[in-house]
Ligand binder design. Sequence first.
Ligand SMILES: *Cc1c(COP(=O)(O)O)cnc(C)c1O
Length: 399
Amino acid sequence: MSGKSHSEDPDHWGPATQAVRGGMTRSPFGETAEALFLTQSFVYDSAEAANARFAGEDPGYIYSRYANPTVKMFEDRLALIEGAEYCRSTASGMGAIFTALSGLVRAGDHILASRALFGSCRWLLTEYFPRFGVETSVVDGPDLTQWEQGFRPNTKAVLIESPANPLLEVVDVAAICALAHAAGAKVIVDNVFATPIFQKPLTLGADIVVYSATKHIDGQGRVMGGAILGAHQLLEDSYRDILRHTGPALSPFNAWVLLKGLETLELRVRRQTETAAALADQIALSPHVRATRYPTRKDHPQHEVAMRQMTGGSTLVAFDFGTRDKAWAFLDALQIIDISNNLGDAKSMAVHPPTTTHRAMSEADRLQIGLTEGWVRLSVGLEDLGDLSRDIDRALHAI
Ligand SMILES: *Cc1c(COP(=O)(O)O)cnc(C)c1O
């Protein structure tokens, strides 16, 4: 390694310093930017050195399915930003969620989750885990009585998302963690909508935090990635072997892109959220809009819980036009904001969830999470507020 050696503990750095310097290791060339170690494997000075590496006596790298220096820099930096002891990354957010769940359960166990879940998570619970003898069930996330009654003697894992996709439903993370721990279950929180900037589930009692790094962490529409964060021992015991032997490894190239994304994560998320809050207020005033969902607005159904556990709003806003025709007319009239299912991007994007991201759900299931035909989800980007505001105004008038 090259460059100044410092004795300062990065755990004590402020978040901005952690975001640009956390996890950085320099090669002997002394590069300023993080190096991209695009290599599959590693070489050893001798047969004896290879033996020591494989025996775990020498901590160096072996193979990039196990670990890679660029990937490690991304993991260490994200762990610092999250305030987590340890981080392991995956090739996508779903890779992180699947790994996180599968490491906690065996045949005969039960997974309990909130009903408003990302579509692929629902598939894991309803279609996939039951194939291997794992029971699953869902409850209405904000209803603590349903949670109390939902635990079974064999419940080992809880999966929640807050705010949840697409209507920004908020669940009481601390209360659910307390119930889960009393029942002997571990809690996984999908923190994509809140980002590490506005919510720290580990401090609320969660055992594991998962991210789709594809969203705000990249934030510029380029690569897929995922992360699992929590206590070092728990992650080692639950996931080390699964990650090694099932192969969801994050590509070093993608890790490098995400690592650079982390440098500007806070700046982007704060700016996007400021703009989103202003647009939410503008949209709520339209006579075409029957309901607006934004965590820091007083009319959010779980506003108080949101304010207790989050330090900011969200880059996403959801609003209900009442009918699909009006929702589609709004989307089709937008000239700057793209129609896209992605979120957390520098470019603003809007989508009609009932016919896209949530079309695989039955109508009955959609109604249970309140997703009627008129909802639009807007992911606010980094464009000028004035331009986005004008675009939305134009689209509202076109309805
Ligand atoms: C996108 C997303 C995922 C899945 O992440 P991928 O990177 O697309 O696999 C999971 N949860 C939430 C809330 C998401 O927005």
